[in-house]
Design a protein around this ligand. Sequence first.
Ligand code: AR6
Length: 231
Amino acid sequence: KFSSLSDNAVLKSKEVEKPAVRSGSHASHVSLDDVPTLAFPSISTSDFQFSHEKAADIIVDKVLEFSDKLGNARLVLVDLSHKSKILSLVKAKAAQKNIDTRKFFTHVGDITCLYSGGGLRCSVIANAANWRLKPGGGGVNAAIFNAAGPALESATKERAKSLLPGNAIVVPLPSRSPLFVREGVTHVIHVLGPNMNPQRPNYLGNDYGKGCKILQDAYTSLFEGFASILR
Ligand code: AR6
């Protein structure tokens, strides 16, 4: 199984065991599968064309703000490619700020197959949604709705009909969803970020004053949503 793990996951699995070993506790045998983990894509930086530099600063600041509030839970920023600009920016900035790599790390992979494709258990995944909370539209939204099947669409509808920019909504994933069965995902958190793409609704016209505020709010709602699941 280890051979199929990404470098990140291997690194993390070693690191997470360290404190328990040092304290001589039997907790070193606790599987990493039991550590609550939120995997999230970089909100707004692809189809919504938000600045990668600015988004990376916001992600790192928000992770720092929440790391103590989330106990031993982990946050993982995911993107599809090793060439991902947002992953390298965030990695570098997180290292500069000495963020604990057991609690926050980046991972290359498809967010819909983190366990089956990379051995990384994430009980909660975030979605970069559209305001209608509808399947399709490309990007990570289409991938998550496709992988989760109709169960996610109906569970989402029960919770909300639409989303305002800067907000997030927690949706418990029905156990019949393939994403639950195959990947162990129990919740999807839909997040609507700021839009800098003139072809999409709620276009901000390059107003980064507003855009940054909305992206900060979006990550606050996302991490608060994750914290509410842990309680
Ligand atoms: N796994 C992990 N990361 C992914 C995946 C995947 N399967 N697919 C894309 N990404 P985007 P946005 C990364 O465009 O900019 C949709 O059409 C991608 O590389 O999905 O917030 C919605 O319906 C990027 O880093 O979201 C909205 O209308 C990140 O996910 C609109 O796009 C976000 O890219 C939202 O645009």
